[in-house]
Write a new protein. Structure first.
Length: 355
């Protein structure tokens, strides 16, 4: 991970402010453009072949959602930005996939950076940057690759479900952000299931070598989710206080609902952080307890054999005038004494419940 971060930062070194440089690793992604143009009664859906096909939607009276996949196509993004008067610093942030979630007010449009979270087929957490631009009658979304959480929004536009077809572009923006936030709950549920599995293994004293690695990996996942979610609270809070004409007063209520959802998500994240921290402590404690059990057994064995070793050491000395050396049954007597000492010590440890 450290090498990737260093590599991404190197792409930006020496570049002038506002330089549109893609910092991701998916340099071979194909450019994919789709446009949903709709009113309350009608809608059209198109897959655009080139970036110039987007220009016709600039001054229409309909509401337009244009989704672009493929941030590696910086020339197309710059062309789009030039035609729609998008600031070069915003274009720079669109293709910089390490950008922190934020909201910028550019008077004629609002620029958002949000992290979309999901688990891939390998059950690895993916954090993909999604940039959103809200204009007077359009919304742009920029993604690194195909695959997102917006299919329910597409279905609602196609089938005129809900309010999206009868509302303005700010409500369309709300639905896109809400879809991302709703998916956070799925992430929280999966993290909760993983924590429960780890708790079961820790409580069952399954101190396998990979258990500490699993705990650390899950801790890193929780921190990644936290970094994606916590700044979004600030963004939604800014929307509520924003005086931009692009967001109507009646739409603010819906963004307040997103804020409530984010509060719930962040509370669960903090709870998961505390639990995973406790799990590591419990795991280390179980390891320590197992070590103590081993040391206890070794100590008891040593305590039993110390007096036996003492007896054997005395009669192992080669003094000529040791009185027991001439005793006919001396060998058997010493064996009997050692057995008696062993049994007495064993009884004593049992009585003390040390065994």
């Amino acid at each position: 991970m450290a090498r990737k971060r260093l590599y991404r930062s190197k792409k930006k070194l020496g570049q002038a402010p506002g330089s549109v440089v893609y910092t991701g690793e998916r340099s071979k992604e194909k450019l994919f453009l789709e446009a949903f143009d709709f009113t309350k009664d009608n809608y059209t859906e198109k897959q655009l072949t080139n970036i110039e096909d987007c220009f016709e939607y600039k001054h229409t009276e309909t509401i337009t959602w244009i989704n672009l996949n493929g941030l590696n196509h910086v020339n197309a993004i710059e062309t789009l930005g030039k035609h729609f008067d998008i600031h070069h610093l915003a274009l720079e942030d669109i293709v910089n996939i390490s950008q922190r979630p934020k909201l910028d007010d550019h008077e004629t449009y609002l620029f958002f950076v949000i992290k979309m979270l999901y688990y891939n087929d390998s059950n690895h957490l993916v954090s993909e940057q999604v940039s959103l631009i809200l204009g007077e009658n359009y919304v742009f979304s920029f993604q690194e690759a195909e695959g997102d959480v917006f299919d329910p929004i597409r279905d609602r536009i196609r089938n005129a479900k809900g309010r999206v077809r009868g509302m303005s572009s700010d409500y369309l923006l709300y639905t896109l952000i809400d879809a991302i936030v709703d998916h956070y709950f799925n992430i929280i549920e999966i993290l909760g299931d993983k924590i429960e599995d780890l708790e079961t293994d820790v409580f069952a004293n399954k101190t396998r070598d990979d258990l500490s690695i699993r705990i650390q990996d899950l801790k890193r996942e929780i921190l990644r989710v936290r970094r994606a979610v916590f700044p979004l609270r600030e963004i939604i809070n800014k929307i509520e206080k924003n005086e931009s004409n692009l967001i109507q007063e009646k739409t603010i209520t819906y963004f307040k609902d997103i804020y409530d959802h984010l509060i719930q998500v962040t509370e669960n994240i903090e709870l998961h952080r505390e639990i995973i921290g406790g799990l590591m402590g419990m795991y280390l404690t179980s390891i320590s307890n197992k070590m103590n059990e081993v040391m206890k057994v070794l100590t008891i064995m040593a305590s039993i054999f110390i007096p036996l070793t003492f007896i054997a050491g005395i009669y192992g000395m080669n003094f000529k005038y040791m009185p027991e050396l001439e005793f006919k049954y001396g060998y058997f007597a010493i064996w009997g004494l050692m057995v008696i000492v062993f049994l007495v010590l064993l009884f004593y440890f049992k009585r003390k419940k040390w065994l």
